[in-house]
Design a protein around this ligand. Structure first.
Ligand SMILES: Cc1cc2nc3c(=O)[nH]c(=O)nc-3n(C[C@H](O)[C@H](O)[C@H](O)COP(=O)(O)OP(=O)(O)OC[C@H]3O[C@@H](n4cnc5c(N)ncnc54)[C@H](O)[C@@H]3O)c2cc1C
Length: 285
């Protein structure tokens, strides 16, 4: 279909679109993103520590399931919690058959017995240099994809995800048993510490140890890691002009939302959509 204005808002998982743009030599830019795992605790533990309850004391009924946010910088890269889901579920979020990707969500009741959060380390474009020679601007995307394939293979089939107790991740040993999880497809014990690149594992270790000191009990036998959380944001930006918001090389093409690198989450993506719709109307009128 031919059109005067095309809004490109296909999200950060439409890798075919990035490949299409790269193949047609349409300008893309590498940007930082973050990868890691989901960490899951029993919700009562998060309630007790955040609300300063006694051990085994239940959360008062009028209080919502407690949340947390943790962030630090280790050797120049961020390590932080992401999209914490109180009383929530770890869910599969892959888009192709050869990969496993985990994400999290809460129902509005927030009443699952688990609390999960992304726990990720920042990846700068220079960190994926080894992939640049072969994959050029799509190096970050290939790095993400490789982790997702690794997770699929370590999971052992379907959407089964590789899992490890956080204490074993820190000790560098495979878990003999795994705690219960909200992740329906199931988990398979695997050495996440070896499956991630060492420069990520070492930062995660230091970050987790620090968080364990900040939130007493965060590092415990009950805490489970699931691999991998790779879709925090797009590793590629589709650039646009500051004034018309069109792509610098293609009149009438409006990159928009999270996939273009201008939003991170539901509300910012929606607001970017409003802005782009106005810009597209302005060009037509
Ligand atoms: C499990 C989960 C939980 C989340 N929880 C939260 C949360 O609590 N709060 C929050 O702020 N954010 C959350 N997010 C992130 C949020 O969903 C995204 O940030 C947001 O949806 C991005 O919006 P978008 O419009 O840019 O892209 P998307 O919502 O990804 O929309 C892109 C659309 O383009 C379509 N598309 C792709 N390719 C093509 C094509 N070739 N032709 C036509 N259509 C195409 C896709 O099917 C999709 O409908 C969550 C994400 C996941 C996966």
């Amino acid at each position: 279909m031919l059109a005067d204005s095309v809004i490109l808002a296909t999200g950060h998982s439409a890798r075919d679109i990035y490949r299409l743009l790269a193949a047609k030599k349409i300008l893309l830019e590498a940007k930082p993103f973050a990868v890691g795992f989901r960490i899951e605790h029993p919700q009562p533990f998060i309630d007790q520590t955040q609300y300063h309850l006694e051990k085994d004391q239940e959360r008062p009924r009028l209080l919502p399931a407690a949340r947390y946010r943790l962030a630090t910088k280790i050797r120049g890269r961020g390590v932080h919690s992401f999209c914490m889901c109180p009383g929530g579920w770890i869910v599969p979020a892959s888009t192709e058959n050869d990969e496993v990707v985990v994400n999290g969500m809460s129902l509005s009741r927030r009443d699952s017995p688990f609390a999960n959060s992304g726990m990720v380390a920042t990846v700068e474009p220079e960190d994926v240099q080894p992939f640049v020679r072969e994959h050029g601007i799509l190096a970050g995307l290939v790095f993400q994809k490789n982790l997702e394939i690794t997770a699929k293979q370590a999971g052992g089939g379907g959407q089964v995800a590789p899992g490890q107790r956080v204490t074993d991740f820190l000790a560098g040993k495979i878990s003999n048993s795994l705690p219960e999880t909200s992740y329906f497809p199931g988990i398979n014990s695997a050495p996440l510490n070896d499956l991630l690149p060492q420069w990520i594992t070492s930062r995660m270790r230091d970050g987790l140890k620090l968080f364990g000191r900040q939130m007493h009990g965060y590092i415990s036998e009950q805490a489970l890691l699931l691999g991998f959380e790779t879709r925090t944001s797009s590793p590629v930006r589709i650039p646009r002009l500051d004034d018309t918001l069109e792509h610098p090389e293609i009149h009438g093409l409006f990159p928009c939302g999270e996939g273009a690198g201008y939003a991170g989450g539901i509300v910012s993506a929606a607001m970017d959509g409003l802005r782009i719709a106005d810009a597209a109307c302005a060009v037509r009128s």
